[in-house]
Ligand binder design. Structure first.
Ligand code: IDP
Length: 160
């Protein structure tokens, strides 16, 4: 099956999550992967990459008028990021909840940003904010053959 044949709804909903350069530098990759694994989401794409300025400008196109935009592009290209795609029921909304608020100062303990960072411009992780952005971002960051459809042995224990 390929991503164009798969409906991105129900248990096949997908979201794009990325550990930002500060998260990679601070050795938080394993912890962040672990939270999504423990929750019961399925990993379908994963890579370490140095994002190009072009890719990041596309990714953050909606923020191009913001005063922090140039700063954001520089931050995001300051080192490698870990790009990932997670799949599961309600994963877009749930990933945002697990991340916490954009500003770590507003993020509750127990969320990734609430637990691991303090500064909005060093907020460790990205997650798509809607199903449409998830689709756009996954297509932007991953080639079709980099997304793996696999049978998860634990699935009957995660979904009734
Ligand atoms: P999100 O990442 O929670 O979806 P957005 O508003 O889309 O939040 O902003 C994208 C990223 O831009 C944030 O995660 C953060 O890294 C950065 N950012 C947002 N607001 C500010 C700000 O006021 N100052 C500096 N950086 C910001």
């Amino acid at each position: 099956a390929n991503i164009f044949q798969t409906a991105w709804t129900g248990v096949n909903e997908r979201t794009f999550v990325a550990v930002k350069p500060d998260g990679v530098q601070r050795r938080l990759v394993g912890l962040i992967l672990n939270r999504f694994e423990q929750k019961g989401f399925k990993l379908v794409g994963l890579k370490l990459m140095q994002a190009s300025e072009g890719l990041l400008k596309d990714h953050y196109i909606e923020l191009r008028e913001k005063p922090f935009y140039e700063h954001l592009i520089r931050y995001m290209s300051s080192g490698p990021v870990v790009a990932m795609v997670w799949q599961g029921f309600n994963v877009v909304k749930m990933a945002r909840k697990m991340l916490g608020e954009t500003n770590p100062a507003d993020s509750l303990p127990g969320t990734i940003r609430g637990d691991f960072c303090v500064d909005v411009s060093r907020n460790v992780v990205h997650g798509s904010d809607s199903i449409q952005s998830a689709r756009r971002e996954i297509l932007l960051w991953f080639r079709q053959d980099e997304l793996i459809c696999w049978d998860e042995s634990a699935e009957p224990w995660i979904y009734e």
